[in-house]
Design a protein. Structure first.
Ligand code: AVI
Length: 320
């Protein structure tokens, strides 16, 4: 690792570039075309997601932040503060600040695929917490969930906020949670956010904000792929669709094609007829009980869960 500041080291695991062209060509030419939600996130996509979290309709981010602030002391009482927080997909390291402020843990290890984002965030943050050892790791957390414990024997708390777990398919969720358990290690813990099932009107509003940020975020996948792979999508010919699928307990996001068009990915040509849809994201919603059961299924022992007064969002603390 490189020593960047007295309390900041940087380890580059050089996450392999995935073969986006092949992946996208395959998923778009399936009988029901799909795109992986990771394609929302280029620089503009991250800014749009940020804008979503500030809309009045999108309650998860602010509800989770209040839950963390309201219950940080209760959490610390179960954990003690002599621990190291590991955060897969830390992004701009926003959410962990509440915990750094309140807990002053021994260390913080953000794992993030975007090198620039990780370096900017940790360079800004580390000087503000001189007593916290920052170990920034550039890695694709969906591929690398095993890290040497450099935590001085301190327990590791894996922090996975935001209900990102809801963007995994049920079939992949168990494996991913087991990966988090592996990352936490035998003496470790998991602190994870999970969005709750609720009135579908509330959910539908959260994914169809009046300002149109979610629509722009969804369409950004096409702009991103045009720039990166030269696909030649006409983004203006697509409309954003997001709705709650009650049977599957998930929000689905789609891009509906309003006129026939053909796009190219690498040397493949793909026809998208008017009326067809590209399925871009699922966001599963849970009950506290079901989510605790999933944690147990992955080998965790649930310790506590916290829910806001309006039953919108939940945070779960579990022992590995
Ligand atoms: C990142 N993830 C938890 C968000 C969600 O709510 O599933 C992504 C998102 N999609 C549309 N709005 C927000």
């Amino acid at each position: 690792p490189q020593q960047l500041l007295p309390n900041l080291t940087f380890l580059d695991l050089q996450p392999p570039m995935t073969d986006a062209a092949r992946e996208v060509a395959t998923s778009l030419s399936a009988p029901r075309p799909t795109l992986d939600p990771k394609y929302f996130y280029d620089e503009r996509g991250s800014a749009l997601f940020d804008a979503i979290t500030r809309t009045p309709e999108y309650y998860p981010t602010r509800t989770e932040a209040s839950l963390l602030a309201d219950h940080a002391d209760a959490m610390a009482a179960e954990l003690g503060s002599d621990l190291v927080i590991a955060e897969p997909g830390a992004g701009g390291c926003e959410k962990v600040r509440i915990l750094l402020d309140r807990w002053r843990p021994s260390g913080y290890m953000p794992l993030e695929i975007s090198r620039e984002c990780l370096l900017d965030a940790t360079r800004a943050l580390a000087p503000r917490y001189p007593a916290v050892r920052f170990n920034a790791v550039c890695a694709d957390y969906s591929q690398a969930l095993s890290f040497p414990a450099d935590d001085g024997g301190r327990p590791r708390l894996v922090f996975f906020p935001g209900s990102t777990i809801g963007n995994f398919e049920p079939s992949a969720r168990g494996d991913f949670l087991r990966g988090l358990r592996h990352l936490a290690g035998d003496q470790g813990y998991l602190l994870i956010g999970a969005d709750l099932q609720k009135d579908p009107a509330r959910l539908n509003a959260a994914y169809n904000d009046a300002a149109g940020h979610t629509a722009a975020f969804n369409l950004n996948a096409l702009h991103h792929l045009n720039r990166r792979l030269g696909c030649g999508f006409d983004p203006d010919a697509f409309v954003h669709r997001a709705f709650y699928n009650d049977r599957q307990q998930r929000i689905e996001m789609h891009l509906e094609c309003r006129r026939d068009q053909s796009i190219t990915v690498g040397d493949r040509r793909i026809d998208l007829p008017a009326g067809s849809r590209i399925h871009t994201e699922n966001s599963y919603k849970f009950t506290v009980e079901d989510f605790s059961r999933e944690l147990m299924g992955a080998g965790f022992t649930p310790l506590s869960s916290w829910v806001d007064d309006d039953n919108l969002f939940s945070i779960h603390l579990a022992r590995a």
